[in-house]
Write a protein that binds this ligand. Structure first.
Ligand code: UDP
Ligand code: MN
Length: 305
């Protein structure tokens, strides 16, 4: 694979979690929509290359290898596909994220296999140093714009930012931070935009791996004692993995995050509207401007164009 993973600016790296896809028709359909729309709208320069990384098990890799050539038939750009074995990545990841899993995972125990839900958090320690930037994407997306434009957002990062991420568009963190908000009624934690801090959604993430490696603060925040201290301060108990971690440390250190526009991760899930938050829901759900990427989260159908 030689220069597959290199950091040349002519290479644009995107990564998707791609496990258990071989046994889920629903995931296969999402994969088709995501890749076809990426191919349809993607435009790159002649000497550029989109490198597509998939984190897979053997069965999903086999399926992916079979499906991708057809899904990307309309692509006018050069691309390369790299599969990463989920077990090999989990083995590297587990020691780094084990301690935080109890704060941000469902259930009571710490499951080894759940470590992969924290891949983005420690990607800078797992991927080779030549890989300087990567975009992590969910499978339940539909592109309406050129994915190359998403990579241009890296150029807007302020000096201290390590990750670019859009806000969460439901009041889920208003719920999670309920106790903290009660104790701190003047705080903006969990409040809606534009002034509040609604937390983050991990469906589309720009990871500046170089900046993550070089940020002393970010790496300190990965230490188990630091995570435990913040989780205690905010009474934080979540089950959404990496996005819970980023949301929690973002309340304390906003400077680490570049706020990606909601149009790059237009989430469609409305679950919390029907579960006690109908009165404030629109304040969170609202997103102005043309949609670049739809995110059909919680299995929400994505509108046709
Ligand atoms: N995913 C996967 N296999 C699974 C479930 C999820 O590879 O069995 C990946 C897939 O990339 C998916 C992402 O994990 O987009 C996050 O899950 P999902 O999008 O369903 O969560 P939501 O956005 O609805 O919270
Ligand atoms: Mn999703």
């Amino acid at each position: 694979t030689g220069d597959d993973l290199d950091g040349k600016p002519s290479h644009f790296h995107a990564l998707m979690m791609f496990t258990k896809v071989y046994k889920s028709l629903s995931l296969q359909q999402k994969f088709q929509v995501a890749m076809r729309s990426m191919a349809k709208h993607g435009r790159f320069l002649e000497d550029e290359m989109l490198v597509l990384h998939y984190v897979s098990d053997a069965g999903s890799q086999e399926l992916g290898e079979k499906m991708l050539p057809e899904l990307l038939l309309d692509a006018t750009f050069r691309y390369e596909v790299v599969f990463h074995n989920v077990d090999a990545l989990t083995e590297k990841l587990f020691p780094i994220v084990e301690a935080m899993q109890k704060h941000f995972s469902a259930g009571s125990g710490t499951y080894y296999s759940d470590a992969i839900f924290f891949l983005s958090v420690a990607m800078h320690r797992i991927m080779p140093a030549e890989l300087k930037r990567i975009v992590q994407l969910d499978l339940d997306l539909k592109f309406r714009s050129n994915i190359r434009d998403l990579f241009q957002e890296f150029n807007h990062f302020p000096a201290e930012a390590v990750i670019g991420i859009a806000r969460e568009m439901q009041p889920v963190y208003r719920h999670t931070f309920w106790q903290y908000r009660k104790e701190n009624p003047k705080s903006y934690v969990g409040d809606p935009p534009p002034d509040g801090l609604p937390g983050f959604n991990s469906g589309v993430m720009l990871l500046n791996l170089d900046a993550m490696r070089h940020s002393t603060l970010y790496n300190q925040l990965l230490e188990p004692e630091r995570v435990a201290r913040l989780a205690e301060k905010y009474h934080f108990r979540g089950h959404l993995g990496d996005q819970d971690f980023f949301t929690m440390i973002g309340m304390e250190h906003r400077e680490l995050f570049y706020q990606l526009s909601c149009s790059w991760n237009r989430q469609l899930c409305t679950w919390w509207r029907e579960h006690g938050y109908g009165d404030v829901f629109q304040l969170y759900y609202h997103c102005d401007g043309p949609v670049h990427i739809y995110h059909g989260n919680c299995n929400t159908p994505i509108p046709d164009d």
